[in-house]
Design a protein around this ligand. Structure first.
Ligand code: 5GP
Length: 138
């Protein structure tokens, strides 16, 4: 995969405001926060998107995310937050190294704005989807 700004942060070539680190995971403040306390959580494994991440790296991220969410909420006083993970340019990914955003949602405009164009689940398509996703998992 191509080198990214997060690879440079992991190698210590550019600085970050580190809030947590262990063998597999690094968390630091987003340089352009959507709200106060916006944190990025990245695996040290250099996968571009979630579907390319190993089970071990994913497990390491999953193990620490709830603790980081609690810490960000405690530090900011926010009780609401979004956990966001973008994959691919069409899904708003700008840095091609897997990352989770922890974005506190204070009252008012700050934080993540979401457009949610909900549709209706078609019964026949639901059956087809279940079949094809199950087949892909097998
Ligand atoms: P994406 O759109 O890929 O999900 O989000 C990438 C995030 O990385 C953005 O929120 C952006 O502000 C953040 N970011 C980009 N470059 C840097 C950097 O050099 N340092 C830090 N701390 N965050 C960065």
């Amino acid at each position: 995969m191509a080198d990214t700004i997060f690879g440079k942060i992991l190698r210590g070539e550019i600085p970050c405001h580190r809030v947590y680190e262990d063998t597999h995971v690094l968390a630091f403040l987003d340089i352009m926060p959507l709200s106060r306390g916006h944190v990025l959580v990245i695996p040290k494994e250099p996968a571009e998107t979630m579907d390319r991440l190993s089970d071990d790296a994913a497990a390491a991220l999953g193990r620490v995310l709830p603790r980081l969410c609690r810490a960000v909420m405690k530090a900011t006083g926010c009780t609401a937050y979004n956990l966001l993970q973008n994959n691919g340019p069409a899904a708003h990914q700008a840095v091609f190294h897997v990352h989770f955003h922890i974005i506190p949602k204070p009252s008012g405009e700050a934080g993540l704005g979401i457009k949610w164009p909900a549709g209706k689940l078609d019964a026949a398509d639901a059956a087809a989807l279940v079949k094809s996703i199950a087949a892909a998992l097998a």
